[in-house]
Each structure stands twice: as structure tokens, then as C-alpha cells.
Design a protein around this ligand. Structure first.
Ligand SMILES: Nc1ncnc2c1ncn2[C@@H]1O[C@H](COP(=O)(O)OP(=O)(O)OP(=O)(O)O)[C@@H](O)[C@H]1O
Length: 310
């Protein structure tokens, strides 16, 4: 994994000051970020945070109120066709004809793209692992296969960036795993992927960087490991009397006592020894300490707390 702060890395997608106002209400409040060549960028936010609205602006389905979207330096307003030729996108469920075969569906879309013929259709079918079933009718495909056919369609025009809106929706864990492997494979071949999700855990493992969206604002954009370094560990004490341990640890932070009698509190690993001594000095018997690594999910939930119910 390369460090995307490298000044020489060229962005495939550049977004600057992107805003959307609908019906007098600001939905998107000025997003700015870049997606670089060959990286997988996760666009994360709870339901209703504005992911789909943003993606619609990125692919020119709706017009931004303000701001700029550039693909490979080409502005989607001023150099519309050239800019959009760099991007393949699946927003929600792609339209497929169930009574036609996968191949016929791809042929249908290829007809709109100059220079895309049978050879490229065979290539994308193989790329998404549908080569053995490509001549079967789409109505016989599983959801995962339909999804892959949608991706094949988006890849027909050899885009530099693939945009996927909530691609894990409706997939079982095996399907999610396959999608992850596939997306990483695409990135390794130099195709950048922008993938949105409301469930961090499902895409954390496939992304180089993530942007966390809440109420139309990007709260953080960084590499997964750097985001993790920002969050603190949780320390769990099994001690008795547990209530006494809780009372003391409440001085350290928002300590909680669970039904099993374990007191948990978020604190840096280095702090744990000092607080443990305090417990012992106060006559609390400590039976065990566990330091739990922060999960990106915790940081995500913390940053976006309360967002989904707004
Ligand atoms: N055409 C519209 N008119 C009015 N409000 C809209 C419109 N489109 C989106 N919104 C509002 O903008 C906010 C963001 O919606 P959006 O669909 O972009 O969120 P999302 O993050 O994609 O969520 P979800 O995953 O639920 O689709 C929501 O509060 C939604 O109600």
C-alpha cells in the first residue's frame, strides 16, 4: 500500500467545494477530497448522510449547487464527455434485461460505447468471473452474479475509476468476501474504486483510504491505519467489588459496568497501569485486565453518533 500523501500521486477524481441545496435545505455542505490512481476509496456514512446525493453529482445525474468535479483533471461541466469517459458507475440497481443473457445485456450497453466490441465483452465477463455463465439468461443469476454483471457493464468503457453505491447491500457474507477480493484485484490492475457503504465493517478491509460522511459533511478523510491511530483502546477490568472499581474508573472517563461484572473504559494503553495501581491501592481486587484494540467501527460510530436518527 502506498502513502497517498505522495505529492506525485495523480488524482483520478478531484472534488472541490461540492455543495447541494434541495428545496431550500443544504444537503451537502462543501465536500473536498481526491481519489488517486489504483486506490480503493471508501465513502462511509449512515443512511441519509448524503452518499447517494454526492454520487449522483459525481456522475452528473444531478447538478451541484456549487463546486467542481474533475476526472483526470477534466471538469465534468466544461469537458463533460471526456471527463465522464473516465468513470464507470453503478448507482442502485443497474437496469438489466432478465430474459436476455448476460452477454446480450453487455452487447446492448456496448452498442453505446465507441470501440467496445465482442473482445472487450469477453474480457470484462472473465474479469468479473462470469465467463462460464455469460450466455445464460440473467433471470437465472444470483444477486451476486447480477451485481458482477453490473460491474462488468460499468467496466466496458475501460474507466480509470469505478464508482459503486452500497455494493454489499443484499449480499451474504460469502458474496461480500468475493466482492472484496474482486475490488482489490481491480485496484491492483490500476482501476481506482470509489465504494460507498453505511457499514464500515463490510468495506474496511478493502479500502486504502476512507472518507467519513455525516450530515453532508466529511468528518475525516484518511488512511484506515491512520484513522485507527486516532482512536483509543478500551480497557476492561474484571474486579471486585465491581461497583467500587466503577466508581474509581469513572474518574478516568466514561466507565461502564456490564452484566458480567466487567468495567470498561476508553483510555490509552499507557494509562491502564496507573489506573490499575489506583484500584489496588483502594483495596479493589483485580482479577484480570484486557486491552481491546480500537476498531474503526468505534471511531465511525463515535464520529457519526446520532446521525442516522436525525
Ligand atoms: N430530491 C430530494 N429532495 C429532498 N430531500 C432529499 C432529496 N434527495 C435527498 N434528500 C435528502 O438528503 C439527505 C441525504 O440523502 P441521500 O439519499 O443522499 O443519503 P444516503 O447517505 O445515500 O443515504 P441512504 O443510504 O439512506 O440512501 C436525506 O436527508 C434525504 O432525505
Amino acid at each position: 500500500m502506498t502513502d497517498r500523501n505522495d505529492a506525485n500521486a495523480a488524482p483520478v477524481l478531484t472534488v472541490r467545494g461540492l455543495k447541494k441545496r434541495i428545496g431550500g435545505r443544504d444537503i451537502i455542505h462543501g465536500l473536498s477530497f481526491d481519489v488517486y490512481g489504483g486506490e480503493v476509496f471508501g465513502f462511509l456514512g449512515p443512511n441519509g448522510s448524503g452518499k447517494t446525493t454526492t454520487i449522483r453529482m459525481l456522475v452528473d445525474l444531478i447538478r451541484p449547487t456549487e463546486g467542481q468535479v474533475l476526472y483526470d483533471g477534466k471538469d465534468i461541466r466544461r469537458e463533460h464527455d471526456e471527463a465522464l469517459s473516465k468513470v464507470g458507475c453503478i448507482v442502485e440497481n443497474p437496469e438489466m434485461y432478465p430474459y436476455m443473457s448476460g452477454w446480450e445485456n453487455l452487447e446492448h450497453f456496448a452498442a453505446m460505447l465507441p470501440g467496445v466490441g465482442a473482445e472487450r465483452i469477453a474480457e470484462v465477463a472473465a474479469l468479473v468471473g462470469l465467463d462460464t455463465r455469460i450466455h445464460d439468461k440473467v433471470k437465472t443469476y444470483s444477486l451476486g452474479m447480477r451485481q458482477r454483471l453490473g460491474i462488468a457493464q460499468a467496466l466496458l468503457g475501460r474507466p480509470k475509476l469505478l464508482i459503486l453505491d452500497e455494493p454489499t447491500n443484499g449480499l451474504d457474507p460469502q458474496g461480500i468476501k468475493e466482492l472484496r477480493v474482486f475490488i482489490r484485484g481491480l485496484a491492483e490492475q490500476g482501476v481506482s474504486v470509489f465504494v460507498s457503504s453505511h457499514l464500515l465493517s463490510e468495506i474496511e478491509l478493502m479500502c486504502d483510504r476512507v472518507g467519513i460522511l455525516s450530515k453532508g459533511r466529511l468528518l475525516a478523510v484518511d488512511r484506515v491505519d491512520k484513522l485507527l491511530a486516532r482512536s483509543t483502546e478500551t480497557v476492561l477490568w474484571t474486579a471486585s467489588p465491581a461497583e467500587r472499581a466503577l466508581a474509581l474508573l469513572l474518574e478516568a472517563g466514561e466507565a461502564k459496568l456490564d452484566e458480567a461484572g466487567t468495567v470498561s473504559v476508553r483510555m490509552a494503553r499507557e494509562e491502564a497501569a496507573r489506573w490499575n495501581r489506583k484500584l489496588l491501592d483502594a483495596g479493589v481486587e483485580v482479577h484480570g485486565i484486557e486491552i481491546r484494540q480500537p476498531a474503526l467501527e468505534d471511531l465511525f460510530l463515535e464520529l457519526t453518533e446520532g446521525d442516522a436518527i436525525d
